[in-house]
Design a binder for this molecule. Structure first.
Ligand code: MN
Length: 189
C-alpha cells in the first residue's frame, strides 16, 4: 500500500460519453464543483463518491482508475496496483474489470474500529465478500453478519450495505463485484 492520492479518469469517461459537468452531476448525484475538483486533480474522491460516479456511468469501478484505458466503449484491464489508501479504508485492485466475466476484485482493508456504509450499486449488481484476515461484519438487508477469516458472503448490492470492524486488529477481505451483462454491454438503460 502506498499513500498515493487516487486519481481517476473522470474526464476521459465524461468526454467519451459526450457529457457536460452539469449532466454528469445529474447522473451521479455528485456536485459539479466536486466533479471539477476531481478532474483537475485538486480533490481525491472518497470511495463512496467513486462508487456514485461508477453507478452514474453504468461502469465498473476499475473503469475509472488511472491505469485503465477507455476504448470504443470498453476498457483494457491494467496490471494490479495499489489504487487507494486513506486513513480509513485501504483498497487495492486484484483483478480489474474483465468483460468476459463481468467482474472486478479488490482487497479491502478495514482498520480497527472502522465502519463503512455505502450507497447501493447499479441494479442487479452482486457482491462477494471473502475474509482473508481478522474478523469483520457485513451489513445487508439491515442486518450485520459476523464473518471470520475464511468465511464468505454473497449478497445483492443494489441496496445500501456496509462493512465494519469492531475488533482491535486489522481486517482484510476480497471484494468481488459482479455486474449483470446489460450494465456493461449497453450505454445506460
Ligand atoms: Mn459495495
Amino acid at each position: 500500500m502506498t499513500g498515493d492520492k487516487l486519481q481517476i479518469n473522470l474526464k476521459a469517461a465524461r468526454t467519451h460519453a459526450g457529457l457536460s459537468l452539469a449532466q454528469t452531476s445529474e447522473l451521479t448525484g455528485v456536485s459539479k464543483a466536486m466533479l471539477g475538483q476531481i478532474e483537475r486533480g485538486e480533490s481525491s474522491p472518497t470511495l463512496a463518491t467513486l462508487w456514485k460516479i461508477a453507478k452514474g456511468f453504468h461502469l465498473p469501478l476499475t473503469a475509472f482508475l488511472e491505469d485503465m484505458v477507455l476504448t470504443a466503449g470498453s476498457f483494457t484491464p491494467a496490471p494490479a496496483r495499489a489504487d487507494r489508501t486513506d486513513p480509513e479504508v485501504g483498497m487495492h485492485t486484484v483483478f480489474a474489470f474483465d468483460p468476459r466475466f463481468g467482474s472486478e476484485t479488490f482487497i479491502m482493508t478495514l482498520p480497527p474500529g472502522h465502519s463503512h456504509e455505502t450507497p447501493s450499486h447499479d441494479s442487479g449488481v452482486v457482491e462477494d465478500v471473502f475474509v482473508i484476515r481478522g474478523e469483520m461484519e457485513v451489513l445487508t438487508d439491515g442486518t450485520w453478519t459476523v464473518l471470520h477469516s475464511g468465511d464468505g458472503l454473497r449478497f445483492a448490492a443494489d441496496q445500501p450495505h456496509g462493512y465494519r470492524n469492531r475488533t482491535g486488529e486489522v481486517a482484510q477481505f476480497h471484494n468481488t463485484i459482479h455486474y449483470p451483462r446489460r450494465t456493461v454491454e449497453q450505454d445506460g438503460d
